[in-house]
Every structure is written in structure tokens, then in C-alpha cells.
Design a protein around this ligand. Structure first.
Ligand SMILES: [Zn+2]
Ligand SMILES: [Zn+2]
Length: 363
């Protein structure tokens, strides 16, 4: 069938063009998209920094409705509304162990946008293009995606607020709830108040952290952090932030969503003894940071990275929906919608920091 899709070629903009879309394979579904969030990861892939073969259709926070099912489509019916999260093979040791974010096939299935068998389902002028980005390639009016990364979504939930649960919000929330744990009597500092960082602030409120420190260069983001529950804020230019951090009482946990080595070093320095630093920011790669190993040993502090906050979307997305229904996730404060036709403006607003989480509406 003919569809409209945003074609990414190397650079900073995409072109919406007419493509051909194949019928779904046995374990896939044809999905008509309602909405898709835009993540910094999409921008890095568009810029050629993550190895995604171009031309490609990006987009990995899709919400839509199943219009056709492959032969093995058990558990789903035509007409189901779904959220599409990251892809995993479902049968390697990591997938079996409940850690699909570390699937053995995570790279080809997500960043390289390859179908488990063969080429992508979209083609341009008879040539297949990368069209299974994160198992979905959702910057399009329709897509064919794997059933494994679909989670059924109740009818009453707004598409534009649910889309970010697929990646950005899931990452920040799961990092706090699943990895850092209960917050009673504890303190956390969140470095970088984009979608991941602000979702982490929401999660820290839910988990009951006593002190929640939000750090960002932008005053508008700090204002949102304060509105959604940060108890202390640190902002200003780089030097002003560093001075405030030095004067601040140390924290039990810190979370970096920037991927900046200077920020990671600074976050580590703010940890108290036995404190934990979690690194969540996807960076272009090839950077290094310095930490004195003696400091690491004598203070018992730890530092670790995490993809998608170690989430297992099949279990964690329904948990986030419960938090949303309880009124604990003020996602409307971070989401701004754009018509699909304005995808380039939406990406520019994400790049400049003007919008925290742009979400495209396809209808
Ligand atoms: Zn796997
Ligand atoms: Zn993402």
C-alpha cells in the first residue's frame, strides 16, 4: 500500500514522501499511526551518529491502531490500540532474564532498524529502506511493526501523552523506580531536565524521595521541575551551577540524562559515601571521563549505565499507566504536539531545547 513517511537522509531535516509498505509478516501487524514522540536518539540517528543506515524512517515512540495482523498474531485483534516500545528478540538469555533492553540483538533490531528476517517493509522507488527503526519506524502514517514490542493501550488514554511512555518517559521513570528504588529518607539529584530527567523527577516524587534536586541550564525547565515536585533547583550558567553544587549537601543518588562527561564528573562528585550514579544519556560516543579510582574505593560510591532504565516495557508500561491514572504523571507539562507535516519544526524545537517532548499527530 502507499503511505506517507518522513525520509531521513544525512543532515538535520527529513522529507515527507510517498512510500510503498509491505503486508505484515507472520509475527507483525500493520498499524495506522495516531501519534509519535521525537527523542534525541532520533536526532543522533538523523545526524549519522548512531550507525543507522540512511535513508531511513525514524521514530520510536509510536501509538496507533492495528489494521491488519500476520498469521501468528495471537493475543491481538484488528482494531486494537497499541503503544510501540523498543524491540528485543524475545529468546536470548537477556530477554529470558527479564532484561530486554540488553537483548543480544538490540543493535540490529533498534539502531540498525533491521527486521529479524530480511529487509525493511518500506520501499522508495522499488528500493527497500531502513524501516524497522526500534522495530517500528513510526514517523509515518502507517507502519508494519513486530508484535513483540507492542503493548495494548486502553481507548480513553490520550495518544500524545502516552507516546513518550515508549522511550523517554519510560527511561527516566524505570531508572528511579526499578534501579534506584524506594526514596524514604533519601535524596536524589537529577542532572538534565529534558524528558528523561523530568520523568525521573516525577518518579522520585512517586517513590517518596525526601530531597529531589533538579539541575539544568534552562530556567524554563527548572520551572517545570519545581512545578512537578523538585524540592531544590540548581540553574544558571555552567560556573554558577558548579558553585551551587559545591555548596549543596551531598546526595544518595544522582542521575545523568545529558551524556556530558563534565556533567557526569560533577554528578559523581556530589554523591555521599556509598552513593550511586546512574548514567542514562545517549551520547555520540568516543568521549571519556575521569574518576580517581581511590575515591571510588574509599567512598564506596558506584557508577553504572542503563538503557531504557532497564525497563521491561510489557510490565512497566501498564505500571506507568496506573501512575498516570492516579494523577501522578503530569505529562502535559512536558509534551507539545505538532502536525506530522511540521516534523522539521518539531525536531528543530527539540534540538534547540524550546520544546521538552515534541509529539507528532498523524491524523
Ligand atoms: Zn533478546
Ligand atoms: Zn528514545
Amino acid at each position: 500500500m502507499k503511505i506517507q513517511a518522513a525520509i531521513a537522509r544525512a543532515g538535520s531535516i527529513v522529507d515527507i514522501e510517498t512510500c510503498d509498505l509491505d503486508r505484515p509478516g507472520p509475527d507483525e501487524a500493520l498499524v495506522r499511526l495516531e501519534a509519535c514522540g521525537i527523542c534525541h536518539t532520533d536526532l543522533l540517528s538523523l545526524g549519522g551518529q548512531l550507525g543507522t543506515p540512511l535513508p531511513a524512517v525514524l521514530g520510536h515512540e509510536g501509538v496507533g491502531r492495528i489494521e491488519a495482523l500476520g498469521a501468528e498474531g495471537e493475543g491481538f485483534t484488528v482494531g486494537d490500540r497499541v503503544l510501540m516500545s523498543f524491540a528485543a528478540c524475545g529468546h536470548c538469555p537477556r530477554c529470558d532474564g527479564g532484561a530486554p533492553a540488553y537483548c543480544d540483538a538490540a543493535l540490529p533490531l533498534n539502531f540498525l532498524g533491521r527486521r529479524p528476517a530480511g529487509t525493511g517493509p518500506m520501499s522508495l522507488g522499488g528500493t527497500a529502506i531502513t524501516s524497522q527503526y526500534f522495530g517500528q519506524s513510526s514517523f509515518a502514517t502507517h507502519t508494519v511493526a513486530g508484535l513483540r514490542n507492542m503493548i495494548r493501550l486502553p481507548e480513553d488514554l490520550p495518544a500524545e501523552l502516552m507516546a513518550p511512555l515508549a522511550c523517554g518517559v519510560q527511561t527516566g521513570m524505570s531508572a528511579v523506580i526499578k534501579l534506584l528504588g524506594a526514596g524514604e529518607g533519601r535524596s536524589i539529584a537529577v542532572f538534565g531536565c529534558g524528558t528523561v530527567g523530568l520523568a525521573a523527577v516525577m518518579a522520585a516524587v512517586i517513590a517518596g524521595y525526601e530531597r529531589i534536586v533538579a539541575v539544568d541550564l534552562r530556567e524554563d525547565r527548572i520551572a517545570i521541575a519545581r512545578e512537578i515536585g523538585a524540592t531544590e533547583v540548581v540553574s544558571g550558567d555552567t560556573q554558577a551551577i558548579e558553585n551551587q553544587l559545591r555548596a549543596m549537601a551531598p546526595v544518595d543518588c544522582a542521575l545523568d540524562s545529558t551524556g556530558s562527561t563534565a556533567v557526569i564528573e560533577s554528578a559523581f562528585a556530589r554523591l555521599r559515601r556509598c552513593g550511586q550514579l546512574l548514567c542514562l544519556g545517549v551520547s555520540p560516543g568516543g568521549r571519556e571521563f575521569g574518576i580517581d579510582p581511590r575515591e571510588l574505593v574509599f567512598t564506596g560510591r558506584s557508577i553504572r549505565g542503563s538503557v531504557e532504565g532497564d525497563s521491561d516495557p510489557a510490565a512497566f508500561v501498564p505500571q506507568m499507566i496506573d501512575y498516570f491514572r492516579a494523577g501522578w504523571m503530569p505529562l502535559h507539562k512536558i509534551v507539545k504536539t505538532y502536525p506530522f507535516a511540521e516534523i522539521n519544526r518539531a525536531m528543530a524545537d527539540l534540538r534547540s531545547g524550546e520544546t521538552v517532548k515534541p509529539v507528532l499527530l498523524m491524523d
